[in-house]
Design a protein around this ligand. Structure first.
Ligand code: NAD
Length: 340
């Protein structure tokens, strides 16, 4: 199978590419091509481990580039679509690029997949469902997104399903909870707090810290995507969750413990605008139908992730310097708030 991975230089996409080209007996692709625009979030060093693999190819380009996407999709059997703007706080600051990249980009891709009769795994998010006070969302719950990021993801998710219903396109949609693991951009919550703690700084906790998120190790998400690619059904939505629901305050305390830091290192900051209180997905379908289950426990996965940020300072310092060059020489002066 020849697989095109959009956004493959991003956090999750790069883990997926390494899984596809790794020793997993389920995965035997003849070619894996990454299409990525290398925005601030893209980083080819995440793919160093596969750079010498003759099955791997990298194409620098945008999913909105119709002729390029047409040509690439035609040369592959299946597409896993991860390319997107992904930072909730940035979408609150300005939604234009989110609508353009996430919605228009997906539509361009869908047209190409339709013309060539290929398979598409569309990587969506649990955030499309909105916020839930009790219980968990099944795949039948209607999307009710509340942030511009989630609304743009819901739009692309629904567009993908509409191409299945209208044209019979083989589209499979996944809706996953919060990912964590190595190589995540330091603007996201776990790496941001870890790197601040490593630099002796304080961690900015939104509001009262009662917001609940479910956490899944990125490798478990990628194994789920592989199961959906190999055995999923056309037109089907698959929730993916780790079953590790934590308030942001509880997660912050776990991170403080991991770094031997006390509660005085928490800095309370005003809550995010429109902050969703709780996300919770029921991932029974993918467990029952595709035999997937997470392999990492949250405790073990978090400890290994914290170690990775401790051991890979040069990697995340480079991303912080790109984000805010003036702040780079004084890392402990960093301010701002995390996302997801
Ligand atoms: P990321 O921000 O780390 O990576 C996104 C990648 O897409 C980057 O490499 C970027 O360069 C590329 N990209 C952005 N716009 C592009 C465009 N127009 N054309 C080509 N490439 C473009 O994101 P991530 O955390 O790896 O998330 C990947 C996907 O998974 C996204 O679609 C996201 O919505 C979804 N998702 C993420 C999570 C999570 O917790 N991170 C959870 C569920 C779903």
């Amino acid at each position: 199978m020849r697989i095109l991975v959009t956004g493959g230089a991003g956090f999750i996409g790069s883990h997926l590419v390494r899984l596809l080209l790794g020793p997993d007996p389920e995965s035997r692709p003849t070619a894996v091509t990454v299409l990525d625009a290398l925005t601030y979030a893209g980083d080819l060093t995440r793919l160093d481990a596969v750079a010498g693999d003759p099955r791997y190819d990298f194409v620098y380009g945008d999913v909105r580039d119709r002729p390029l996407v047409e040509e690439l999709v035609g040369g592959h059997d299946a597409v896993v679509h991860l390319a997107a703007e992904t930072h909730v706080d940035r979408s609150i600051g300005g939604a234009g690029e989110f609508v353009s990249s996430n919605v228009l980009g997906t539509q361009v891709l869908l047209d190409a997949v339709l013309r060539h009769g290929r398979t598409l795994v569309h990587v969506s998010t649990d955030e499309v469902y909105g916020s839930i006070a009790e219980g968990s969302w099944t795949e039948d719950c209607p999307p009710a997104p509340r942030s511009p990021y989630a609304a743009a993801k819901a739009s692309s998710d629904l567009l993908a399903l509409a191409y299945h219903h209208t044209h019979g396109l083989d589209v499979r949609v996944t809706r996953c909870s919060n990912n964590y693991g190595p190589y995540q951009h330091p603007e996201k919550l776990i790496p941001r707090f870890s790197t601040l703690l490593l630099d002796g700084g304080r961690v900015p906790l939104y509001g009262d810290g009662r917001n609940v998120r479910d956490w899944l190790h990125v490798e478990d998400h990628c194994r789920a995507l592989l199961r959906v690619l190999l055995a999923g059904r056309a037109g089907r939505v698959y929730n993916i969750g780790g079953g590790a629901e934590l308030t942001n305050l509880r997660l912050t305390r776990l991170l403080l413990d991991a770094f031997g830091a006390g509660p005085e290192r928490i800095e309370r900051v005003p809550d995010r605008k429109g902050h969703d209180l709780r996300y919770s997905v029921d991932s029974g379908r993918i467990r029952r139908e595709l035999g997937w289950r997470p392999r990492h426990s949250f405790a073990e996965g978090l400890a290994a992730t914290v170690d990775w940020y401790r051991d890979n300072r040069a990697w995340w310092e480079r991303h912080l310097a790109e984000r805010d060059p003036a702040a780079a020489p004084q890392p402990s002066s960093r301010t701002g708030s995390p996302s997801r």
